[in-house]
Design a protein around this ligand. Structure first.
Ligand code: HEC
Length: 140
């Protein structure tokens, strides 16, 4: 009856394997430094002091939709995307977006509401920040 003991081990190994896989997934999640809510992975460069000011302004006014490091969220697109390279969406597109909002046309997130609390000189700093991120990620 050697066969019997071999076959009764199969479910045990299956259960062990299942738990090992589960433990691996939890470990993987805990040790991963990428935010699972972001749409793309972004390489963050060293930022100039103006770009750092832009980062603070971006995080206050734009991050909720455009995501940490402009990586996108379920509410808005990433700027680390060729669509937003400077020759397709120039700096003025950011000023207009904040002043007037954006009618959904490239994505399916819906319209972007205007952000009138952000002043034009603040938008310029946000743009400097976004362009620095874009350049570091090959979008230029
Ligand atoms: C409530 C969510 C939300 C917030 C907050 C938000 N955006 Fe947006 N934004 C969007 C969405 C959604 C789109 C994509 C619209 C489309 O093209 O489908 C977008 C698009 C844009 C575009 C592209 C405009 C174009 O011409 O296609 C720019 C530039 C932009 N946002 C800048 C900003 C800046 C700068 C801030 C912060 C000051 C900001 N957004 C805050 C949701 C948001």
């Amino acid at each position: 009856m050697a066969n019997k003991s071999t076959s009764s081990n199969i479910p045990k190994y299956f259960v062990l394997g299942f738990f090992a896989f589960g433990a691996f997934m939890v470990f993987n999640q805990l040790t991963s430094d990428t935010d699972k809510t972001q749409a793309v992975t972004v390489k963050v460069p060293d930022l100039s002091s103006v770009a750092l000011e832009g980062k603070t302004l971006f995080e206050k006014n734009c991050l909720a939709c455009h995501g940490k490091n402009a990586a996108g969220t379920g509410q808005g697109p990433p700027f680390i995307n060729p669509i937003y390279r400077p020759d397709h969406h120039g700096d003025q597109a950011f000023v207009i977006a904040a002043m007037q909002g954006v009618r959904a046309h490239h994505w399916r997130f819906g319209n972007m509401p205007a952000q009138p609390q952000v002043k034009p000189d603040e938008i310029q700093k946000i743009v400097i920040y976004v362009r620095a991120l874009q350049r570091a990620n090959g979008i230029n």
